[in-house]
Design a binder for this molecule. Structure first.
Ligand code: K7E
Ligand code: CUA
Ligand code: CA
Length: 638
C-alpha cells in the first residue's frame, strides 16, 4: 500500500493528514514517522479536511462517548439541559417547570401532578426561570441520586432524579420572592455518619412585606428576605431564617456545619441606586446545627398561612457569637457568586462592583462561633484585585481559582495561597497566574468536578452572556456562547465555542461514571400500568370513561376507541416494549394531546370528548418501519 492508499483506507484525505500531522507534532504528541497512518489515527481530534485545528479529545469521533456529563440550567425556558463534555453536544433537555411538547410534560396527568395544578386542573404556572443546578453529594462527591434547580419567578425548587433524568418533585417555597441561590448540603452538621446530602438551601433575592398581603407595600422596613432549608428527600420546607439584607448565591461547607449566602443589598434598598450605596455588603454564614436546635426548641414564628417555622437571623438578635445562629462577614460592594474551594477550606466571594475576590477561611468562621475569635471579619484571609466585574469562581483542585470578569470579558486564573500571602503583606507574591479573553461577557463558569473534593482541573466551561459575532446570524435573538477552556496546563487554552439556546446561567460538570442511568422503566413503578394487553379496554361508568391502552411496535392494543360526546375520558397508555430506545408517542388531533411513553412507562391524559367525529390518534415518535401505520381510530359519536 502506498502512503496515500493507507490514508484513504483510514478515511483520511491527504490534506486532512497534513493538518493532523502538523497538529500532532506541534503538540509534541506524535512525530510524523514511518507509520503515518497510525500516527494520524492516533490523534483523536483529527480534523476534517480543511477544518480548524482542535486539540485532542474535544470532538469525539462518531460513536465515541464524552467523558463528562454537564447539567445546565435552561434559564427562562424552565428546563435543565444535559450536555456531553468536552464536546458540548446537547444530549437531552429535562422539562421541569414549563410544559414541553416533546415528552408531553404539562399534558400528562403524571407531569401535571408534579408541576402543580389549579382547582380546575389547569397548570398553576407555565413560566419559570432556572439559574442554578446542583447535585446531591456523598463523601464530598456527586452520588448520582438527585439534582435540584431553582425557579426564580415563582419561588419554586425542583428535584430531578438522575437515574431517569426526570423531574419528580416541585416545592413552592412560602414567604419569599426571587428564589435565586440554591445549594445542597454535603454532610450533616452533627451526625458524621450522614456524609451525604439531606438538605437543600435556598436564598431569596427580593424582599417582600411579611405576610405579603398588600397591606405594607409602602413600609420600607416591612420588606424582608428569608433563607430557606428544604428536606432533600421529602422536599418539604424544614425551616426558614429571617435575615437582614437579601440572599444571592448559596454555598455549603464540606463538613455540613456552614451554609452561606452572599448579599448585595445589605442596604435593603428598593431601587438600584440605594442597593449600591454601601461600600461593603456581606456574606451571611448560617450555623446549621444551632438553627435546627432553635427550631426544635420552638424559638420560631410563622407568617400568614405558612406553617414553616421561621427563626430570627437578624444582626440585632445574634450579637453574641457563642449563641449566634448567623454571622455576617463584610464583603466589598455588591458581591456576586460565593463558591466553596474543593479542599474544604475557603468560600470565595466575587466582588462584581468591586474588582476583588474575597477569600473567607471557614475554620476561622467556626472559631468566631466558638468564641475564639473576636471579629468575624478576621476570617477574611485575602481580598485581592482580580479585574473588572468578578462574578463566579471555579477550581482546579491544584490550589487555583478561576474567576469570570464580566466587564473585562476574561477569566482570571489565580492562586489562592499566593493571594493569601499577598494579602498578608508579601507584595512579591504573584497570585495572578493567567488570563484568557472570552467572547463575550462571561457570567457563570465551572470546571470539571470543581464543586467536589474530586476537582480534576481538566476542563473549564464559561457561560458567556453575549455571543455577538461568534455564530451565523439568526435574526435579532442571539444564542449564548458556552466557551470551553483546557485548564490542564499552566496556561489556559480556549478550545471551543458552543452556541446554546437562551439562557443558561449555572451548570455543573462531572465524570460520566458517577451516573448509572436506567434506560428502561420498571412496569411496577406505575400503579396505572396495564401489564397485559388483554387487561386493556374501555370501562364506562356513566360518562366517566377509562381507556387502558398498550403499545408494542408497531401497534396500539386497540385499533378503535369508541366514545360518546361529553364523555370524561382518562386514557392510560402503557408501553410494553422493553427494548432500549423504543419510545412511542400518542397524539389525538384537535384534542391538543401529545405525549410519549418510554419503554415500560405508563402515562395518562384526561380530556372531555366534546368534539364529535373521527380522530386518528397516531404514534408521533419514530419506532418501527411501520411507524406511520401505528394508529388508533377514536370515534366520538355525536
Ligand atoms: Cu446568572 Cu447565578 Cu442567577 Cu451569576 S446568576 S451570572
Ligand atoms: Cu410507535 Cu412510532
Ligand atoms: Ca449593596
Amino acid at each position: 500500500m502506498s502512503h496515500d492508499d493507507q490514508l484513504a483506507a483510514k478515511g483520511i484525505g491527504r490534506r486532512g493528514f497534513i493538518n493532523t500531522a502538523a497538529l500532532a507534532s506541534l503538540a509534541g504528541v506524535v512525530a510524523c514517522t514511518e507509520k503515518p497512518a497510525e500516527s494520524a489515527a492516533a490523534a483523536p481530534a483529527a480534523p476534517a479536511a480543511g477544518g480548524h485545528a482542535a486539540p485532542a479529545g474535544v470532538h469525539p469521533k462518531p460513536g465515541e462517548l464524552d467523558s463528562y456529563y454537564g447539567l445546565w440550567s435552561g434559564g427562562h425556558t424552565g428546563d435543565v439541559r444535559v450536555l456531553g463534555l468536552p464536546s458540548g453536544r446537547e444530549i437531552h433537555r429535562i422539562p421541569v417547570f414549563n410544559p414541553d411538547a416533546l415528552v408531553g410534560w404539562g399534558i400528562t396527568n403524571e407531569s401535571k401532578k408534579v408541576m402543580g395544578t389549579k382547582a380546575n386542573g389547569d397548570l398553576r404556572y407555565t413560566v419559570a426561570d432556572t439559574h442554578h443546578v446542583h447535585a446531591s453529594y456523598k463523601d464530598g462527591n456527586y452520588d448520582g441520586r438527585y439534582a435540584w434547580v431553582n425557579d426564580k419567578i415563582n419561588g419554586r425548587m425542583a428535584r430531578i432524579r438522575l437515574d431517569y433524568f426526570v423531574c419528580d418533585k416541585i416545592t413552592e417555597i412560602p414567604n419569599i420572592q426571587g428564589f435565586h441561590g440554591i445549594f445542597p448540603d454535603k454532610a450533616d452538621p452533627v451526625d458524621p455518619k450522614i456524609n451525604y446530602t439531606t438538605r437543600v438551601f435556598a436564598g431569596a433575592e427580593f424582599s417582600i412585606p411579611l405576610p405579603n398581603n398588600g397591606k405594607d407595600a409602602g413600609k420600607a422596613e416591612a420588606y424582608r428576605s428569608l433563607f430557606t432549608c428544604v428536606d432533600a428527600e421529602t422536599m418539604e420546607v424544614r425551616w426558614q431564617a429571617l435575615i437582614d439584607g437579601n440572599c444571592d448565591l448559596v454555598a455549603t461547607s464540606y463538613d455540613g456545619k456552614l451554609a452561606a449566602t452572599n448579599q448585595y443589598n445589605t442596604e435593603m434598598g428598593a431601587v438600584y441606586a440605594d442597593m449600591m450605596s454601601a461600600e461593603r455588603d456581606a456574606c451571611a454564614f448560617f450555623n446549621i446545627a444551632r438553627i435546627e436546635e432553635a427550631v426544635k426548641a420552638g424559638k420560631s414564628k410563622t407568617y400568614g398561612d405558612s406553617k414553616v417555622p421561621v427563626v430570627d437571623c437578624t444582626r440585632a438578635s445574634n450579637k453574641d457569637p457563642k449563641t449566634a445562629l448567623v454571622g455576617y462577614v463584610s464583603v466589598p460592594k455588591n458581591p456576586h457568586g460565593v463558591n466553596a474551594s474543593p479542599d474544604g477550606k475557603y468560600f470565595i466571594c466575587a466582588g462584581k462592583l468591586s474588582p476583588t475576590g474575597t477569600v473567607i477561611e471557614l475554620a476561622k468562621v467556626l472559631d468566631w462561633f466558638d468564641g475564639k475569635m473576636e471579629k468575624l471579619d478576621d476570617a477574611i484571609v485575602a481580598e485581592v484585585e482580580l479585574g473588572l466585574g468578578p462574578l463566579h469562581t471555579a477550581f482546579d483542585g491544584r490550589g487555583n481559582a478561576y474567576t469570570t470578569l464580566f466587564l473585562d470579558s476574561q477569566v482570571v486564573k489565580w492562586n489562592i495561597e499566593k493571594a493569601i500571602a499577598f494579602h498578608k503583606g508579601d507584595k512579591n507574591a504573584k497570585y495572578v497566574v493567567d488570563r484568557v479573553d472570552l467572547s463575550y461577557q462571561p457570567g457563570h463558569l465551572n470546571a470539571s468536578q470543581s464543586e467536589t473534593k474530586a476537582a480534576d482541573g481538566k476542563w473549564l466551561a464559561i457561560g458567556c452572556k453575549f455571543s455577538k459575532d461568534r455564530f451565523l446570524p439568526v435574526g435579532p435573538l442571539h444564542p449564548e456562547n458556552e466557551q470551553l477552556v483546557d485548564i490542564s496546563g499552566d496556561k489556559m487554552t480556549l478550545v471551543a465555542d458552543h452556541p446554546v439556546r437562551g439562557e443558561p446561567h449555572d451548570f455543573i460538570i462531572f465524570k460520566r461514571d458517577l451516573l448509572k442511568p436506567k434506560q428502561v422503566y420498571e412496569l411496577d413503578d406505575f400503579p396505572l400500568a396495564t401489564k397485559d394487553p388483554a387487561q386493556g379496554g374501555i370501562k364506562r361508568e356513566g360518562n366517566k370513561v377509562t381507556v387502558r391502552l398498550t403499545s408494542q411496535a408497531p401497534a396500539f392494543s386497540m385499533t378503535e376507541i369508541k366514545l360518546k360526546k361529553g364523555d370524561n375520558v382518562t386514557l392510560i397508555l402503557t408501553n410494553l416494549d422493553k427494548v432500549e430506545d423504543l419510545t412511542h408517542g400518542f397524539a389525538i388531533p384537535k384534542y391538543n394531546v401529545n405525549f410519549i411513553v418510554n419503554p415500560q412507562e405508563t402515562a395518562s391524559v384526561s380530556f372531555v370528548a366534546d368534539k364529535p367525529g373521527i380522530f386518528w390518534a397516531y404514534c408521533t415518535h419514530f419506532c418501527h418501519a411501520l411507524h406511520l401505520e401505528m394508529r388508533s381510530r377514536i370515534i366520538v359519536e355525536g
